[in-house]
Design a protein around this ligand. Structure first.
Ligand code: ADP
Ligand code: MG
Length: 636
C-alpha cells in the first residue's frame, strides 16, 4: 500500500457515537441479535445486486450464485460473514457506517425507554442494525468492493469514537465482515458452531439466499507427548431452508414457521401474528401471497409518512419493500409478501400504479385479508377483540371516500353501546339482533370520550324505553359515518340531532303540545337571554333526570364534528346555532316557568342552564369564567 493509500481516520457522527455508547455499555440483554442484523444486511445486499443485475447483467458477471457464507473460528475467536452482494464504495462506507446518522438512528434514540429488553426490540425496527455488532466485538473489519467498481475498501473500528478507512485489495464483489469477539465469558460463546446454528435458525431461517456455515473448532485435548491435531475445517453446511416460505404449500407451513417468518419480515421480533392468510393462485395469472395480521399496532401506525405495504417479489426476485400498491391505506397494519410470476422483473413504482396485474393481485390480497379477519372474528372473538382494540380505528378509515368492500367492512366493525358498556364489544349484527320490535333505526351518539357519552342526557329517554344506543368516541367515527349509511336495511340515526327522537304515541304528542303551551313563557325568556348562541328553545320529552339538553338542527353538523373541524384548523367556520330543549318534568324548569309567568327576571339561570348542557355533552364552555361566576352567584 502506498503512502497515498494510508488509512484515514474518521470520527463517528455524534448520534452514531451516542448509539454506539449505548450498544457497548447498556444494551446487554439480547446480544445474539447482532448476527441477525448482519445476515439481514447481507441478504439486502444480495437482493440489491440481483435487482440491479436485471438491467445490468455485467454486474453479476460469472458470479451469479448469490450466497452468504459464515465462518466461525473458535480458536481465533472470530466470526466472518461474507456475501457476494452489492458491496460498498468509499462514499457508501462513509455514509452508511459512520458519518451520517440515519433517520433510523435518530428515531431509535428518541424512542428509547430505558428498559433494556424493550429497547433491544427497537433495534431492528429502526434500522440501526449494523452497530449492534459492537455489543459483542471490540474490533470489526469490513472488507468490501462495490459491484461494477475496481477498488476495494477496508473499514475498521473498535467502536468507541472513530473508524479507519483504507484502500484494499479484494478480488470479488461483495462484503466480508470479520468480527473479533470480546474476550468475555458471554461473548466468547458466540464463536461456536451450535450457537451460530441456533441463532440462524431462530432469526434467519427464512432468508431466501442460501446461508452456508464452516467452522474451525478447538481440537480435542491430546495426550501428553503427542502433537496437537490441527483444527479441522468441516465441509460447508447449509443452515436455512431451500424454498421460500411463501412458495411452500400453505398446508405444510406450521404455526411456528409463521411466527418466525412474521418476526423476520415485520422486524417485530417480540411479537407474533394473530392470524395470517396464505394462498397460491393459478389460472389467468399466478402468484403467491402471504399476509399477517399483527397482535399489536406496528410502531408509528398513525404517522402520516410511515412506510407500509407488502414485500414484492417477481419470480422469487426481491423487487421492493413496502409496496403500497398492494394494500389500501386502511389495511396498513399488515405485513407480508407477494410473489408474482407475471409482472415484469424490471417493474418501477410508476409502472405498478396502474398495472392491471397489480390491480388484480391487490384485489385478491384485500379479499383474503378481510376474510382472515372475519374468520378470526367468528372463531376467536378474544383475538379479534385484541385486534380491534389495537387497530380497529384504521379499519374504520375504510369507509371514508371508499365504495369497495363496504359489506365486508361493516361486518368487521365493533362498538361499545349503552347495553354492552365500555368494556364489551358488539357487532352491528348483535345490535340489530337486539332491536326492539317497534324499532326502525340504528341509534348512535358520538362525542369526545365514552365516559361523557355514557352519561349524556340525550340517552335518558332511550334508556328508559330500553333502546340500545351505540357510543362512538373515536376521532375517525365522523368520517366513517360519512360512508356508513345503513346496515341490514336499517338507517343510522344520530340521536343528538333535533329530529331524531323516539316515536311518540298520539297521547304523548298531545301531552307534549300542552306542555309546550304551558312553558311558552320560560322558552321565550330563555330564548331572549341566549339569542346569541341558541337558535330556539323548546320543550322535550327525551329527558328524564336532566333539566335541559342541546340538540342540533336537522341539517347542521353535529357538535362533535364541529369540534373536529376546529381541531383540524377550520376555525373560520361559523358555529351553527343549536336548539335548547328543556325538561318540563324537572323541578328547576317548573320553578323557572313560575318565575317567567310572574314576569320575574331569570338572572343567572339562562347562563347556568346553557353551561350545564354544554358540559354534559363534553363541549368546552365558550366563557368558563362567566359560567363559574353565574353558578357562584346562584349559590350564594
Ligand atoms: P439498515 O440495514 O436498516 O439500512 P444497518 O445499520 O443494518 O441499517 O446498515 C446500514 C447500511 O450499511 C445499510 O443500509 C447498507 O447500505 C450498508 N451495509 C451494511 N452491511 C452491508 C453489506 N453486507 N453489503 C452492502 N451494504 C451493507
Ligand atoms: Mg440492517
Amino acid at each position: 500500500m502506498s503512502d497515498a493509500a494510508a488509512p484515514q481516520k474518521h470520527e463517528f457522527q455524534t448520534e452514531v457515537r451516542e448509539l454506539l455508547h449505548l450498544m457497548i455499555h447498556s444494551l446487554y440483554s439480547n446480544q445474539e441479535i447482532f448476527l441477525r442484523e448482519l445476515v439481514s444486511n447481507s441478504a439486502d445486499a444480495l437482493d440489491k445486486v440481483r435487482f440491479e443485475g436485471i438491467t445490468n447483467p455485467d454486474l453479476l458477471g460469472n458470479d451469479g450464485d448469490l450466497r452468504i457464507d459464515l465462518h466461525v473460528d473458535e480458536v481465533a475467536r472470530t466470526i466472518v460473514i461474507k456475501d457476494n452482494g452489492i458491496g460498498m464504495n468509499q462514499q457508501d462506507l462513509m455514509e452508511s457506517l459512520g458519518t451520517i446518522a440515519s433517520s433510523g438512528t435518530r428515531n431509535f434514540l428518541k424512542n428509547l425507554s430505558g428498559d433494556s429488553q424493550n429497547d433491544m426490540n427497537l433495534i431492528g425496527q429502526f434500522g440501526v442494525g449494523f452497530y449492534s455488532v459492537f455489543m459483542v466485538s471490540d474490533n470489526v473489519e469490513v472488507l468490501t468492493r462495490k459491484a461494477g467498481e475496481d477498488q476495494g475498501w477496508l473499514w475498521t473500528s473498535e467502536g468507541e469514537g472513530e473508524f479507519l478507512l483504507a484502500e484494499a485489495d479484494k478480488a470479488e464483489r461483495g462484503t466480508t465482515i470479520t468480527i473479533h469477539l470480546k474476550d468475555e465469558e458471554d461473548t466468547r460463546a458466540f464463536a461456536s458452531e451450535w450457537k451460530v446454528k441456533e441463532i440462524i435458525r431462530k432469526y434467519s431461517e427464512f432468508i431466501v439466499h442460501p446461508i452456508w456455515l464452516t467452522t474451525n473448532s478447538i481440537p480435542a485435548p491430546v495426550e501428553e507427548g503427542q502433537e496437537p491435531e490441527a483444527p479441522e475445517e468441516k465441509a460447508p453446511e447449509r443452515l436455512n431452508e431451500k424454498t421460500a416460505l411463501w412458495r411452500r404449500s400453505p398446508k405444510e407451513v406450521t404455526a411456528e414457521n409463521h411466527k418466525e417468518f412474521y418476526q423476520q419480515i415485520s422486524s417485530d421480533y417480540a411479537g407474533e401474528p394473530l392470524t395470517q392468510t396464505h394462498s397460491h393462485l393459478e389460472g389467468m395469472q399466478e402468484f403467491w401471497s402471504l399476509v399477517y395480521i399483527p397482535a399489536k399496532a406496528p410502531f408509528g401506525l398513525f404517522q402520516q409518512d410511515r412506510a407500509h405495504g407488502l414485500k414484492l417479489y417477481v419470480k422469487r426476485v426481491f423487487i421492493m419493500d413496502d409496496c403500497k400498491d398492494l394494500v389500501p391505506n386502511w389495511l396498513r397494519f399488515v405485513s407480508g409478501v407477494v410473489d408474482s410470476e407475471d409482472l415484469p422483473l424490471n417493474v418501477s413504482r410508476e409502472i405498478l400504479q396502474d398495472n392491471r396485474t397489480m390491480a388484480s393481485i391487490r384485489k385478491h390480497v384485500v379479499k383474503k385479508t378481510l376474510e382472515s379477519l372475519q374468520k378470526m372474528a367468528d372463531d376467536k372473538p378474544e383475538n379479534y377483540a385484541t385486534f380491534w382494540k389495537e387497530m380497529g380505528v384504521v379499519l374504520k378509515e375504510g369507509f371514508y371516500m371508499n365504495y369497495e368492500w363496504l359489506d365486508e367492512l361493516k361486518s368487521l366493525l365493533r362498538f361499545h353501546s349503552t347495553t354492552s358498556g365500555t368494556e364489551a364489544l358488539i357487532s352491528l349484527k348483535d345490535y340489530v339482533g337486539g332491536m326492539l320490535e317497534d324499532q326502525k333505526d340504528i341509534y348512535y351518539i358520538s362525542g369526545e370520550n365514552l365516559k361523557t357519552l355514557e352519561t349524556s342526557p340525550l340517552l335518558e329517554s332511550f334508556r328508559a324505553k330500553g333502546y340500545e344506543v351505540i357510543l362512538m368516541a373515536d376521532h375517525v367515527d365522523e368520517f366513517m359515518m360519512s360512508g356508513l349509511m345503513d346496515f341490514d336495511g336499517k338507517q343510522f340515526k344520530d340521536i343528538s340531532r333535533g329530529d331524531v327522537a323516539l316515536e311518540k304515541t298520539e297521547d304523548e304528542e298531545k301531552v307534549e303540545k300542552q306542555q309546550q303551551e304551558d312553558f311558552q313563557k320560560l322558552c321565550e325568556s330563555l330564548q331572549n337571554s341566549l339569542a346569541e348562541t341558541v337558535e330556539s328553545v323548546r320543550v322535550t320529552t327525551r329527558l328524564q333526570n336532566s333539566p335541559c339538553v342541546l340538540v342540533n338542527k336537522e341539517d347542521a353538523m353535529n357538535a362533535h364534528m364541529e369540534r373536529l373541524m376546529k381541531q383540524m384548523g377550520q376555525d373560520n367556520m361559523p358555529a351553527s346555532k343549536r336548539i335548547l330543549e328543556i325538561n318540563p318534568e324537572h323541578a328547576i324548569c317548573k320553578t323557572l316557568q313560575a318565575k317567567a309567568e310572574a314576569g320575574e327576571e331569570l338572572g343567572q339561570w339562562p347562563t347556568v342552564l346553557l353551561g350545564q348542557a354544554l358540559l354534559a355533552e363534553g363541549s368546552p364552555l365558550p366563557d368558563a369564567n362567566g359560567y363559574v361566576q353565574a353558578v357562584n352567584k346562584l349559590l350564594s
